[in-house]
Design a binder for this molecule. Structure first.
Ligand code: GDG
Length: 491
């Protein structure tokens, strides 16, 4: 029995620096258990491939295929990035549905199923990742795969009224039924899933057991909040406080308080609004804060080819120019915008040096930056997290951070001020609560909980090589997630 993870993109075995939560989390999740990681190699060629390229590094077998240029346009840039990504983040006004995108999405899911099926043994645990591959389970079943197949959604799952805007809504919902277990980040996503299944398909849904039944198929569903490797993150962060990159940053902030933001350049991360909030903050507190702090925002390009992402860069640069260019700010550059990806080690070092982490997505499945920022702090002098109520991480961290509504620029500005002026005792208290939460849902616990649920659902005896015997999946259904459902109302 082996673990087979299937995701849209598989990172190069040698590249440790790609920005992207899924990659970071899956690397952590697979590093111990080992297994196969199947998906796209990131290349777009004239033709699709026939058999996957196999590269082994440590105990992970990377099995990858290229996409064709047509696939890149229709499946990846089209259906995944222009339809499902905005839809799942409730940005209906920018959804650009086309029938050709839908067809390409279906076709790439078939291509992936064809490519991975020969690598599978009957007792494997197959774990499909994210919105790119929702129909993959059904394609595997068509090819005779009858064992355990699970699915995890890294983004939010939209409410019924939003999801049903999708022209092929019913078809997409039905494809969830091919899985044994469907996992989501938060209890809110779970509630939305149940509503969609009930109202969209007329399925029988039992939220107390986390079970949906339709046409003889039974699927378990639940919240499995994703996490990070807390100790490893802290170790790297602390070891990288004093690097060449870090020193340059220290010179820039030279004794001033440091506010940091680091996001993939994506409209869901709320960067334009965040700079607006920073401007409001300066407007309200400049007399006190002038020369006392700087804000460094890293915006790591990840899907540069999509026009919308280029537009955000232009907006951010213009906003940064306005903020820094005000004439009364001569000698003090309050904002430093870094439009490139920073090596992971240096990034975590920056987090550790920072006094405030500004994480204000407009909507986010989880948001690992929030978790990494907390893990990177030191107990003696912990920085403060300012966190959006609309990030999945708010489910676990609402009493470990200054919570803000990312649409309320003034409120975010005031949240930033509160964080910058917070007394040590309160900072320590928040940080301790945060660390406790992070340890309850590490990357490893996330993986174990999901695979336990998958094994249990399929009546299998054990999952592959997991060192720690654990209690069975308490996380399914309404009781899912790390907190009681009452705490989710903030998000
Ligand atoms: C999706 C969901 C969910 C950022 N800048 C740089 C860099 N990063 C790293 C961060 C973090 C990762 O990228 C971003 O993860 P997030 O979780 O914040 O966001 P998404 O990429 O949108 O991830 C999200 C996640 O999947 C997991 O389920 O939490 O909600 O949208 O690790 O540190 N990394 C490097 N340079 C940068 O400049 N090396």
């Amino acid at each position: 029995m082996k673990l087979v993870i299937i995701s849209n993109r598989v990172p190069s075995p040698n590249a440790d620096d790609q920005a992207g939560g899924l990659t970071v989390a899956l690397r952590d999740a697979l590093s111990e258990s080992g297994g196969v990681w199947f998906g796209w190699n990131g290349e777009a060629e004239e033709q699709r491939g026939t058999t996957p390229d196999m590269v082994r590094r440590d105990n992970i077998e990377f099995a990858t295929l290229p996409l064709s240029k047509q696939d890149l346009d229709g499946y990846y840039r089209g259906y995944a990035n222009m339809v499902l990504w905005p839809l799942f983040h409730e940005r209906l006004n920018i959804v650009e549905y086309r029938e050709a995108f839908r067809a390409s999405y279906a076709s790439v899911n078939e291509y992936f199923a064809e490519g991975v099926t020969p690598l599978l043994d009957p007792d494997d645990l197959i774990w499909v990742q994210d919105y790119h591959l929702i129909p993959l389970g059904a394609e595997l079943r068509k090819r005779g795969v009858s064992g355990s197949v699970g699915f995890f959604l890294h983004t939010p799952l939209p409410p019924y009224d939003v999801f049903r805007v999708l022209p092929n809504y019913t078809e997409l919902l039905e494809s969830f039924l091919a899985y044994d277990v469907v996992g989501m980040q938060t209890t809110i996503d779970v509630r939305h899933f149940a509503d969609n299944m009930r109202h969209g398909l007329g399925a029988n849904v039992d939220e107390s057991t986390g079970t949906v039944e339709l046409n003889g198929r039974r699927v378990r569903f639940g919240a499995f909040p994703i996490g990070i490797d807390v100790d490893k993150t802290a170790e790297i962060a602390h070891a990288n406080r004093d690097t060449a990159e870090g020193r340059r940053l220290v010179e820039v902030h030279a004794g001033r308080k440091l506010v940091i933001g680091a996001d993939r350049l994506d409209y869901t991360k709320g960067l334009v609004k965040r700079l607006e909030a920073f401007d409001r903050f300066l407007g309200a507190h400049e007399d006190e804060m002038a020369n006392e702090m700087i804000y460094v925002q890293i915006a790591a390009p990840s899907r540069e080819s999509v026009e919308r992402y280029r537009a955000i860069t232009r907006q951010l640069e213009a906003a940064a120019g306005r903020i820094n260019g005000r004439k009364n700010r001569i000698g003090w550059t309050p904002l430093r915008l870094i439009n490139r990806s920073i090596p992971r080690d240096a990034l975590l070092g920056y987090f550790s040096l920072a006094d405030v982490g500004l994480v204000t997505p407009l909507r986010d499945g989880m948001n690992l930056v929030a978790k990494e920022f907390l893990a990177a702090q030191t107990a003696e002098d912990p920085g403060v997290l300012v966190l959006s109520k609309l990030a999945g991480a708010a489910d676990e961290l609402s009493d470990a951070a200054v919570m803000v509504n990312p649409y309320d620029a003034e409120g975010v500005g005031e949240g930033l001020y509160r964080a910058l002026t917070m007394p040590m005792e309160e900072r320590r208290r928040l940080w301790e609560v945060g660390m406790d939460r992070l340890r309850r849902n590490t990357a490893r616990i996330w993986r174990d909980r999901f695979l336990d649920a998958l094994v249990e659902e399929d009546g299998k005896s054990a999952r592959p090589e997991h060192p720690r015997p654990r209690a069975r999946s308490r996380v399914l259904g309404r009781r899912g997630g790390s907190r009681s459902s009452s705490t989710t109302s903030a998000a």
